[in-house]
Design a protein around this ligand. Sequence first.
Ligand SMILES: *Cc1c(COP(=O)(O)O)cnc(C)c1O
Length: 352
Amino acid sequence: MTVSTLTIDLNALVANWRALDAKSNASVETAAVIKADGYGLGSGRVAKALCAAGVRRFFVAAAEEAIPVREAICDGAEICVFSGHGAGDTDLIRDLDLIPMLNSAAQLDRHLSALPHRGYGVQLDSGMNRLGMEPAEWAAVRSRAEAGDLRLVMSHLACADEPDHPMNAQQLACFTEMTSGVTVPRSLSATGGTLLGPDYHFDLVRPGVGLYGGLPFEDARPVVTVALPVIQIRDVAVGEAVGYGNAWVAERPSKIATVAAGYADGLHRMIGNGLNGATLNVFASGTACPVVGRVSMDLITVDITDLAEAPDQLEILNDQQQVDDLADIAGTIGYEILTSMGRRYQRQNIGG
Ligand SMILES: *Cc1c(COP(=O)(O)O)cnc(C)c1O
């Protein structure tokens, strides 16, 4: 095997959904966000496992993302589209029976004229200034929106991963005011808001990253394991360098393993340089081995001098080192690690 393997624990994914579902009371629906190909893990298989566990509403970012999802999920499950009803989206919305979250008066017009009898939601801007109708626009179209097949009114929190941030209460107040008197289900929270408590739950929560084992869901079970096959091992003498730029020089006689993955596989070049002096480790059956030298496009070099036996593979993501640990070293967030893993992995599932 000379490509790396990315293994997804579908049982852990489902357990994370159940754990997030248990944070709200029984009358609150817990949907699942599977945009960006299920945060890079494969939206079809993720949706299939979650549907079997009882999820009945999924969210994608763009209508095209629903194609592999529709055929994977149970009959009757809904697919909602955050970007709404854009020009050119009508065929997919009709054919795949999608529920667009309409973000503007123009999108509402488009939807009502193209697909007058098809359901839709409305996305409101409660202060993030990214997507959705602002208060004045909503006030102007509200009665028309409510007269049709309106299914959901939603908004999104900008700072929910910081529980003490004043923006949370501010957006909660804004959303509450904008939706006062609305009789259809309301939704404000993703993973972070789900963890902020019942005031933020309304009728439906829509976690994404927590399902996949990422912060801010601290109690998440790890979902992803990435194992890198060792393709060569060599002895390096004191004073010899390893990799591009001679960035690492052996200070003792060393054994260096070269593994088959690199920045083209989402293992950012930054992780090899050790942000803030941090060393990235990879693991041989639980034993940490430091990455040395620069991360190349397809290769990473690892100091295995202290191992008793030559390993066949080294794990870069596992229960000991999760996506947010890797993200810290790379100076990014778990979301970006997950969604940049790339296409070269051999992908496997556990459970489901
Ligand atoms: C991505 C996204 C979510 C899910 O967010 P997580 O932080 O991954 O839980 C929910 N709602 C909207 C509008 C989003 O864009």
